[in-house]
Design a binder for this molecule. Structure first.
Ligand SMILES: Cc1ncc(COP(=O)(O)O)c(C=O)c1O
Length: 470
């Protein structure tokens, strides 16, 4: 047994004086007022307001300061990431919600959760965003592009012929607030045993037949970034009711296993544990996003009401085909889109609409209405411009996903060309988008509709038999 020597200075443990009772220096929390002020500056408050904020907070005793970690929550306040996930579960009515650093991270995690890997294929839409196909490649799977219909969403009729023995999932994507026609997609996926991973990044809060997009398939993925109608800077959200998918998505997104009941426990089932990464949402982001998410239902309702209001007042024209709407009441409606017969006509209409002050949005970024035309610069929202996929390029030039031996053994082989999805090629270049604002009044909606009718009537032929707007 070890004992202290008989002659020794009395130790603190024996009731003697402490050697270091407390520091005499100027000990400050790691994060405090200066960091808070830096955030306030980033919000764009004026110098006078910043001075007032500093005065108001500098006397505050923050103790050890905040940790800004969702996992070190020994002292209040509660983690904003946890609050964000709880709110997401409540609003969307799902069992599981995972706050992530980006929409791409949400897609990557969901695809891994759904079993996408080497030798597998995922059917993705020809119009959407590069991240959906890229996330498949991050799993070493192969994206297969499916053409769209006049809703600009994946064409349910064209999915089936793309299914192979290698297909494990389909990823219907909401395009700029619109919703795909989900019933036939869900029915086909059920019939053919495919997972449905919804990419709702461009339409948070959209509904299909009364149910939130992102809750209809096996998982719903959202980007909660500055470029979306809901979001702060960079963030993502994954929703699912599937326990296993969720656990595997967590393992990918939270490689440390902090989401497991016992992170050091052996795997509870095959494939539970594997090397993951870190896609955690930061607490600062979550602090903004929990407020943004709470605003979502009312925001979407305002957008949708304004769009319906305007659409109802529009006349029909021979030379104009409106975007097909799969759910008038459910789509977010932050824009009105249509396809003029030719690019030349479209250019005239877009210029005239801008001159009327119509279609000029400033909610997410300043924009005006325009038509691309075939000579427009590349755009990652259409498959043929996603060059990394077209070139079949992965980070290591290893040949996997596209030329992976496992893929080849399963009979897989893929080439990508513009022309693979002709409706997307045509409609992407020929559509005009009119951006709307949720703050428009009744009078604003009337003026916009009247202005659109005025411009259309100047260049097109009014035709009561033309395609209806709703
Ligand atoms: C349809 C779609 N999916 C995924 C993403 C990727 O989201 P993030 O930029 O948050 O990674 C985006 C972003 O623009 C998107 O529009």
């Amino acid at each position: 047994m070890i004992t202290a020597k008989s002659t020794h200075e009395k130790l603190a443990i024996e009731g003697g004086p402490q050697a270091f009772p407390q520091p005499q220096g100027d000990i400050r929390p790691k994060i405090g007022v200066e960091e808070f002020m830096s955030i306030a500056e980033r919000f764009g408050f004026s110098p006078a307001a910043l001075r007032r904020i500093r005065e108001a907070v500098s006397e505050e005793d923050l103790g050890a300061g905040p940790t800004l970690s969702r996992y070190l929550t020994a002292r209040p306040p509660a983690a904003k990431g946890v609050e964000f996930e709880k709110l997401a579960r409540e609003i969307f009515g799902v069992k599981h919600a995972l706050a992530l650093g980006s929409g791409t991270g949400a897609l990557h995690s969901a695809f891994v959760g759904a079993g996408v890997g080497p030798g597998t294929e995922v059917i993705v839409p020809a119009i959407g965003f590069a991240a959906t196909a890229a996330a498949v490649v991050l799993c070493k799977g192969v994206p297969i592009f499916c053409d769209v219909d006049e809703s600009l969403s994946i064409d349910p009729v064209k999915i089936e012929r793309l299914i192979t023995p290698r297909t494990v999932a389909v990823a219907p994507t909401c395009v700029m607030g619109a919703v795909p026609d989900m019933d036939p997609i869900l029915a086909l996926a059920k019939k053919r045993g495919l997972k449905v991973i919804e990419d709702c990044a461009q339409a948070p809060g959209a509904k299909y037949k009364g149910r939130y997009m992102g809750t209809l398939g096996d998982a719903g993925c959202f980007s909660i970034s500055a470029y979306k109608i809901v979001g702060g800077g960079e963030g993502g959200l994954l929703l699912t009711n599937d326990q296993r998918l969720f656990e595997r998505a967590c393992q990918l997104a939270e490689g440390g296993g902090l989401t497991r009941p016992d992170r050091f426990a052996p795997p509870r089932y095959e494939n539970e544990l594997f090397c993951g990464t870190n896609y955690r949402m930061s607490e600062l982001e979550a602090a903004v996003d929990v407020v943004q998410l709470a605003k979502m239902p009312a925001l979407v309702a305002r957008y949708n009401a304004n769009r319906r209001n305007i659409l109802r007042q529009l006349k029909t024209y021979r030379e104009i085909v409106p975007q097909k709407i799969n759910d008038l009441e459910g789509e977010v409606g932050y824009n009105i889109r249509f396809f003029p017969e030719t690019v030349e006509l479209g250019k005239k209409i877009a210029a005239a609409l801008n001159a009327e002050g119509i279609g000029i949005g400033n909610f997410i970024w300043p924009s005006e209405c325009s038509i691309r035309g075939p000579e427009a610069p590349p755009d990652w929202h259409v498959y043929s411009h996603i060059f990394a996929i077209m070139l079949k390029a992965d980070a290591q030039r290893s040949g996997c996903s596209f030329n992976c031996p496992i893929y080849r053994e399963r009979g897989g082989s893929v080439e990508y060309h513009r022309g693979d999805c002709p409706t997307a090629d045509d409609l992407f270049d020929r559509n005009i988008t009119i951006w709307l604002d949720p703050g428009y009044s009744e009078a604003d909606c009337r003026a916009i509709a009247a202005g659109m009718n005025k411009v259309f009537s100047a260049y097109c032929t009014e035709d009561p038999q033309g395609t209806k707007w709703t």
